[in-house]
Design a protein around this ligand. Structure first.
Ligand code: AMP
Length: 206
């Protein structure tokens, strides 16, 4: 017993990833591989994957009230209004006190501010924000191959525009708060995953 308590304290102090649940946000243009990489990271860190895009597609498929409100926006590559998405997300985050990987939110500076407040109220702190950077031409090529309903050339163009206009300020916001970790998203799925784990591992030791 004499040895157990100091050892436990030492372990908790020397390993911040133990002391704090992993709470990550993934930011990147459409087609950067956020979903694929997030689900692998979730298996690694044993935390749930929260994708606002996937949640919206599910609501649309089930024709819920929320899905009906979101449908036209998702289908044209526009952002769904905050009041629709924020309610959906708040309930989900409140149910995840032991960490999460959030993919697809925040997409605007306003949403980043809403998330900051939401987490403050829930006494949760972000571990890091991963920016998966991929050049536009690679993104377009990948999305055309994926072929989801909103992956036509015209809608991809609009989604990229929305990313550049609305989401770039989100990167600045998290860079200012020291949370941003940029990872190059070009390469095989495994290469990118390794890069992310190395960058996050280094960060948790800082
Ligand atoms: P994604 O699966 O992340 O590419 O999202 C697909 C679509 O869902 C986007 O083009 C938007 O129409 C909508 N969407 C997802 N997340 C958000 C968000 N945080 N704010 C507004 N719209 C969103």
């Amino acid at each position: 017993m004499k040895l157990i308590l100091p050892t436990l304290a030492l372990l908790l102090l020397s390993s911040p990833s133990w002391a704090q649940p992993m709470r990550l946000v993934m930011v990147g243009p459409p087609g950067a591989g956020k979903g694929t990489q997030a689900s692998r990271l979730c298996q690694h860190y044993h935390v749930p994957h929260i994708s606002t895009g996937a949640m919206l597609r599910e609501q649309i498929a089930c024709s819920t009230e929320l899905g009906l409100k979101a449908k036209a926006y998702v289908e044209s590559g526009e952002l769904v209004p905050d009041d629709v998405i924020v309610v959906m997300l708040k309930e989900t985050l409140a149910a995840q006190p032991d960490g999460f990987i959030l993919d697809g939110f925040p997409r605007t500076l306003k949403q980043a501010q809403v998330l900051d407040l939401m987490l403050l109220e829930l006494h949760q702190e972000l571990s890091a924000v991963v920016y998966l950077s991929v050049p536009d031409e690679v993104v377009v090529e990948r999305l055309l191959q994926r072929g989801r309903a909103d992956d036509t050339e015209e809608i991809i163009g609009r989604r990229l525009e929305v990313f550049n206009e609305e989401t770039t300020p989100v990167l600045e916001h998290y860079a200012k708060s020291g949370l941003l970790v940029e990872v190059e998203g070009v390469g095989s799925i495994e290469q990118v995953q390794d890069r992310m784990r190395v960058s996050l591992g280094k960060r948790s030791k800082e």
